[in-house]
Design a protein around this ligand. Structure first.
Ligand SMILES: *[C@@H]1O[C@H](CO)[C@@H](O)[C@H](O)[C@H]1NC(C)=O
Ligand SMILES: *[C@@H]1O[C@H](CO)[C@@H](O)[C@H](O)[C@H]1NC(C)=O
Ligand SMILES: *[C@@H]1O[C@H](CO)[C@@H](O)[C@H](O)[C@H]1NC(C)=O
Ligand SMILES: *[C@@H]1O[C@H](CO)[C@@H](O)[C@H](O)[C@H]1NC(C)=O
Ligand SMILES: *[C@@H]1O[C@H](CO)[C@@H](O)[C@H](O)[C@H]1NC(C)=O
Length: 359
């Protein structure tokens, strides 16, 4: 009896142990499953993009300057920047061969995180795969908004693609100055980029088509590529959006200029662009000034992109793929960018692209 009890006890307890172990396993598997689900759910694009972007990032610990309460910066010793930048992308590293082929700087506003996300997740992904780097630039803003400073620092720590100019206030009427400072940053940092340009945040860029236009121009100097507008009349009514006073701009018409949704210079021209900007009377309409007056002063060739659309509203059910022929489409919100990206026409969009340019 004692024997059988003695035999019985261990058997029961063994069975219990077995049962317990498998229950624990199930529970642990369930908890791990929940954890994985939570992580994926929180950051589906983040995980993807981080992996995508490692090629362009020398390091993920983006160099940061700390921001004081009064909005001035404290330079961190590991930050090799002159103090002009709060935030600076790190992908134009010492290794010149890793520099982007084309650097596009997109003027943004500090609070536009969602618009930046939409660019990164749509045509920005095409760009990255083609060795085109996108940088989002803005100016300095008040110290009252500490949350925004913090959010920008973590956005930059994650994506490493923000550029903040501390010496210029972030304001609509400062956009020419800001853009010149962005180009200056690009030319100084991305020294082996072939081309440097600007794109608008609310714009869709067919990066494959744009690269097709740029490749034959690799050995050309002194040009600007964009959608060239000729004979535009200067608006004078103060109530109009694009009005300039006679002091700001005396002539009645603008010189032909590359409209601001996209313009690109050879990197070698940026120095002369910046020098010319100091010799001309600057005003705030950046595409007229940087895309027209400066190229005229420098006798640049204006290379026209005709495939340009002012507005493009895509219907996901539509079979009309005519939109895929445009290289530059203005007025494309974050929502519409995602609709375009996942639209069936994207297949056609890829078909018109030479295979060697496909991601
Ligand atoms: C900003 O604050 C720092 C210390 O936090 C101080 O050293 C600096 O002089 C201040 N700058 C201005 C412009 O007030
Ligand atoms: C930054 O780095 C460059 C080269 O990497 C060096 O020539 C320059 O002196 C550095 N500047 C500062 C302020 O450390
Ligand atoms: C442009 O930036 C300068 C320098 O920060 C500032 O003094 C000026 O007020 C800004 N202009 C506008 C329109 O905000
Ligand atoms: C540019 O010049 C290089 C070197 O001379 C040459 O190999 C290349 O084919 C040229 N590219 C174009 C687009 O003409
Ligand atoms: C542009 O061309 C004009 C006329 O040919 C010439 O006088 C001027 O010096 C040129 N400007 C530059 C910056 O080369």
């Amino acid at each position: 009896m004692s024997n059988s009890r003695g035999n019985g006890i261990p058997i029961t307890s063994n069975r219990q142990r077995i049962n317990l172990t498998s229950a624990y396993r199930k529970r642990i598997a369930f908890i791990l499953g929940l954890l994985v689900f939570y992580l994926l759910w929180r950051r589906p694009f983040g995980l993807f993009i981080r992996e995508e972007s490692t090629k362009l990032h020398a390091s993920d610990d983006a160099s940061l300057l700390l921001v004081n309460d009064n909005g001035t910066t404290v330079e961190r010793s590991d930050c090799n920047q002159t103090g002009r930048y709060f935030l600076g992308p790190d992908f134009c590293s010492d290794d010149l061969s890793s520099h982007p082929y084309l650097l596009l700087i997109i003027p943004s506003r500090p609070g536009n995180a969602k618009d930046r996300a939409a660019v990164r997740e749509t045509w920005g992904l095409h760009a990255r795969k083609q060795n085109v780097a996108l940088v989002f630039g803005f100016g300095a803003f008040g110290s009252t908004n500490d949350d925004l400073h913090r959010e920008l620092r973590s956005e930059h720590a994650f994506f490493g693609d923000l550029l903040q100019i501390t010496s210029i206030t972030d304001a609509y009427h400062n956009q020419t100055q800001l853009m010149l400072a962005f180009l200056d940053w690009g030319a100084k940092n991305c020294q082996s980029a072939q081309f440097i340009g600007k794109a608008d945040e609310d714009t869709w860029i067919n990066i494959f088509g744009v690269l097709e236009r740029l490749r034959p121009l690799e050995n050309e100097t002194n040009f600007i590529l964009g959608h060239i507008i000729t004979g535009a009349v200067v608006r004078r009514l103060a109530t109009e959006k694009w009005a300039l006073t006679l002091q700001e701009y005396p002539d009645a018409t603008y010189p032909p200029f590359a409209e601001g949704h996209l313009y690109i210079f050879p990197r070698s021209s940026i120095t002369s662009v910046l020098q010319a900007s100091k010799r001309l009377h600057m005003h705030w309409i950046d595409d007229v000034f940087i895309g027209g007056q400066i190229p005229k002063f420098l006798n640049m060739s204006l290379i026209h992109i005709p495939e340009w659309a002012q507005i493009f509203d895509i219907n996901p059910k539509s079979r009309d793929c005519s939109g895929s022929k445009y290289l530059i489409i203005h007025d494309v919100s974050a929502v519409v960018k995602r609709k375009i990206y996942y639209h069936p026409c994207m297949r056609l969009y890829r078909q018109i692209v030479p295979p060697e340019l496909l991601p």
